[in-house]
Write a protein that binds this ligand. Structure first.
Ligand SMILES: [Fe+2]
Length: 361
């Protein structure tokens, strides 16, 4: 059972979840739990960012936001040395991603629905760094003269991570009544909401921050076809780091619980990103995304094309949408089926053609 950041256990093994427990869990910010029973026994649901790192990251991001809020109230800006702890957080997340092979086999949505901005920033950072890792390894990075490089990738990733952690810092300038509004924003509120990327760069102290961090903050809502904001920039006018941030941001928004919408499954997030390829998102970034984010992470319940129901045990890196599935309704001994080996079987509701062009290459 995932405990609180302070290490106090929430439930013991074997405890029956009563409505009272449910209420307490929700109060503690736990919106979903995994239950290990005979069907799911041995399935390892490993979050990309472990609890310890998440707790450290939450504290660092929350403290960066308070520092920025305080600076704003005194008419000052945020200097990089005021948020040095964030660099350590980025390093920890990168280390974790590297030790897990950089593939998001499970992005467990167990995070608090409170403090959405902080948790969202951490999850976007994890997804964005995984995508960035893959993208830079394949495409390198382009300097201001347009020359491509494949060196100093670690440095690029650290800058990307810092920008991802701070991407929504401009939301500090948005009234809570708009940020936390459960319904749709009216046009006036929407205009205010759309000012957050620019407010974000305004908060960062001009010359001291990397222009790349500022590009992520300013451009994470720009879209490949020019339909985004604040300036309707398109294609390579949007820095690659911001194009990566855009994909990570949208994916995480879909798969996290919001004030106005429940969390949707990873498959919905992956489908939305693929459908936006070449229109809303850079196709090369989407390709990198498809190689690192699994639509059916371990622990996901699925139904197969022959009607059998099961739960995902593991995901092969070679084909992220062809997991190993444990059949749960057969009775007797559990059967495990590898959809990679048995390609006649499909997952109901999923178009297997969506991912295969990307992963087959
Ligand atoms: Fe944003």
């Amino acid at each position: 059972m995932i405990g609180r950041p302070d290490g106090v256990p929430l439930l013991r093994a074997g405890v029956r979840i009563t409505p009272r427990y449910r209420e307490l869990l929700v109060k503690a910010g736990i919106s979903a739990i995994y239950v290990e029973d005979e069907v799911s026994a041995g399935i390892i649901v490993e979050p990309v960012v472990d609890d310890h790192t998440r707790a450290i990251a939450t504290r660092a991001v929350s403290s960066a936001y308070s520092t920025a809020r305080e600076a704003l109230s005194r008419g000052k800006r945020l200097a990089p040395d005021a948020v040095e702890a964030l660099e350590d957080v980025v390093k920890r997340i990168i280390d974790q991603l590297q030790s897990s092979g950089g593939v998001a086999l499970a992005l467990a949505d167990l995070s608090s629905s409170d403090g959405y901005t902080f948790q969202h920033s951490i999850d976007v950072t994890a997804v964005g760094l995984m995508v960035g890792y893959r993208y830079f390894a394949t495409h390198g990075w382009t300097d201001y003269r347009g020359e491509r490089h494949y060196n100093k990738l670690e440095e690029r990733l650290s800058t990307l991570g810092l920008g991802l952690l701070l991407h929504d810092i401009g939301k500090l300038a948005i009234p809570l009544s708009i940020l936390n509004k459960p319904g749709k924003l009216n046009p006036e509120e929407w205009t205010i909401m759309k000012s957050h990327p620019r407010s974000g760069v305004d908060i960062l102290d001009g010359s001291q921050w990397s222009p790349l961090v500022k590009a992520i903050v300013l451009r994470h809502h720009e879209r490949w076809n020019g339909s985004g904001y604040p300036d309707g920039k398109a294609l390579e006018e949007i820095h690659a780091m911001a194009r990566i941030a855009a994909v990570a941001d949208v994916y995480d928004a879909i798969t996290s619980e919001r004030i106005y919408a429940p969390a949707r499954p990873a498959a919905d997030g992956v489908r939305t990103i693929i459908e936006g390829s070449g229109a809303l998102f850079d196709p090369d970034v989407v390709d990198a995304f498809c190689r690192v984010v699994a639509p059916f992470p371990a622990g996901t319940p699925v139904e197969l094309s022959d009607g059998r129901k099961g739960i995902v045990v593991s995901v092969p890196e070679a084909a992220l949408d062809r997991p190993v599935v444990r059949i749960v309704d057969g009775g007797g001994a559990a059967t495990e089926i590898s959809l990679l080996l048995d390609s006649s079987l499909q997952i109901n509701g999923w178009d297997h053609g969506l991912l295969s062009p990307a992963v087959a290459a």
